[in-house]
Design a protein around this ligand. Structure first.
Ligand code: GAL
Length: 414
């Protein structure tokens, strides 16, 4: 896995040496799966329609860990890309280093303050300046299910942890794989986001992952969350290690597995395979998190390169925030718009539910930044948490040890 990462990074750096024309945008991103690429095409075509060329700089690796490594290398070598897909605290970190272009002129002219939800503005603005253009809102506490398998086995959508475990047992007894999972640190953490929220509830989630409260991190509830991760682990297939998330989604699409716990980018894969919600697949919140949303938002930050925001960078930001783009892109991507004034007409049942859930969670104070996707704490803490969650998932720690290691990891890295 590590070897693959380094190869991907090296290939990306080589690709970076191809020349970029003045009116081109060079976009570093990690949208390389079928569904992600289909969504990205919506943006490429929009810009091409305006006469702006697109230099693609894909860095494979869900969750963006590898992309952020390549970005650091590009900036260090004095050759940052024009625009970069980024998440939460990474945006604030780069803005703190003074690396990002000021988008206040575009934001002012287009009224971004009035239409982008507060939860996103927290990560899109730094020192009162807009420094990134929000593309979408994803959320991580979803389950994706193969409807035919559930129908055949007489499984109703589980609404509690106990019902979920009973469903997993039923699938196991049928000989199918209960949970499609890819054993990569960010995927383990994505599952943990939902399991921790379900086990301890929203106050627990906030105290542990956003406030980094030591007592909560070291609590019996946290131990219970790890115990539940061990139950999940006992329902994945033998080949899960290192598997890419979209290949896990394919297992559900193809009827090899019943469920996947994954953010709503997974829906992009179902759609790309011509599958329909409520007919071929089901989307529901992880049992016990029906009222909560753990979100992440993809944004594009523009690297200033010591200059004013470039014409092509401004055009990219404007294109991203336009209401028609927000609808067209997010319908394909599986996410929901980053503006509150976009109609849900064009969205399918899961998209409509995603939009309604987001609004309800924001209104009731149940919207929380995703730990797994860089919206709860900076990369150093996030990565330290990843290490513990993954070591436990792979049986290196029992739950009690994982709790102790989590507390220590946070103490050292916060
Ligand atoms: C997330 C990102 C999504 C999706 C996913 C898997 O971090 O927000 O847009 O790309 O990774 O690659």
């Amino acid at each position: 896995m590590r070897k693959l990462t380094m190869m991907t990074a090296a290939a990306a750096l080589m690709a970076a040496s191809t020349s970029v024309q003045a009116e081109d945008v060079e976009v570093l991103h990690w949208w390389t799966s079928g569904g992600e690429a289909a969504a990205l095409n919506v943006l490429k075509e929009d810009l091409q329609g305006q006469g702006i060329g697109w230099q693609d700089m894909p860095v494979a690796g869900g969750g963006g860990t590898q992309a952020m490594t390549v970005l650091r290398a590009r900036v260090t070598s004095g050759n940052p890309p024009t625009a970069v897909q980024m998440l939460g605290f990474d945006i604030l970190d780069w803005a703190g280093e003074g690396a990002l272009a000021d988008l206040n002129i575009q934001a002012g002219l287009e009224g971004w303050d009035d239409v982008v939800p507060e939860a996103l503005q927290q990560f899109a603005k730094h020192d009162g300046k807009w420094v990134s253009a929000p593309v979408n809102v994803h959320s991580t506490n979803w389950v994706w299910a193969n409807k035919a398998i559930l129908d055949e086995l007489g499984i109703a959508v589980p609404t509690t942890w106990d019902e979920f475990v009973a469903a997993l047992e039923k699938v196991k007894a049928s000989g199918k794989t209960p949970i499609a999972h890819g054993g990569q640190a960010w995927q383990d953490a994505t599952v943990f986001d939902a399991v921790a929220m379900s086990t301890g509830g929203p106050e627990f989630y906030k105290k542990a992952f956003i406030d980094l409260d030591e007592e909560t991190l070291g609590s019996d509830t946290m131990k219970e969350a790890f115990d539940r991760m061990a139950v999940i682990r006992s329902h994945v297939d033998d080949n899960f290690s290192g598997r890419d998330w979209n290949l896990a989604t394919a297992m559900v699409i193809n009827g090899d597995a019943a469920f996947q716990m994954m953010g709503d980018w997974a829906k992009g894969e179902f759609l790309n395979a011509d599958k329909k919600p409520d007919t071929d697949f089901l989307c529901f919140r992880f049992p016990g998190t029906q009222d909560q949303v753990t979100f992440n938002a993809d944004q594009f930050a523009m690297f200033a390169q010591g200059k004013e925001v470039g014409k092509e960078q401004a055009a990219l930001a404007t294109a991203i925030l336009s209401p028609s783009f927000q609808s067209a892109f997010n319908v394909v991507k599986g996410s929901v718009p980053a503006r509150t004034d976009v109609s849900d007409d064009a969205f399918d049942a899961c998209g409509k539910k995603g939009m309604a859930d987001l609004k309800a969670a924001a209104d009731s104070g149940n919207l929380y930044g995703s730990m797994a996707h860089g919206h709860a704490n900076p990369a150093a803490v996030k990565n330290a948490m990843y290490d513990v969650i993954t070591a436990h998932f792979n049986g290196e720690y029992d739950s009690a040890t994982a709790v102790e290691e989590l507390v220590t990891a946070v103490q050292i890295n916060k």
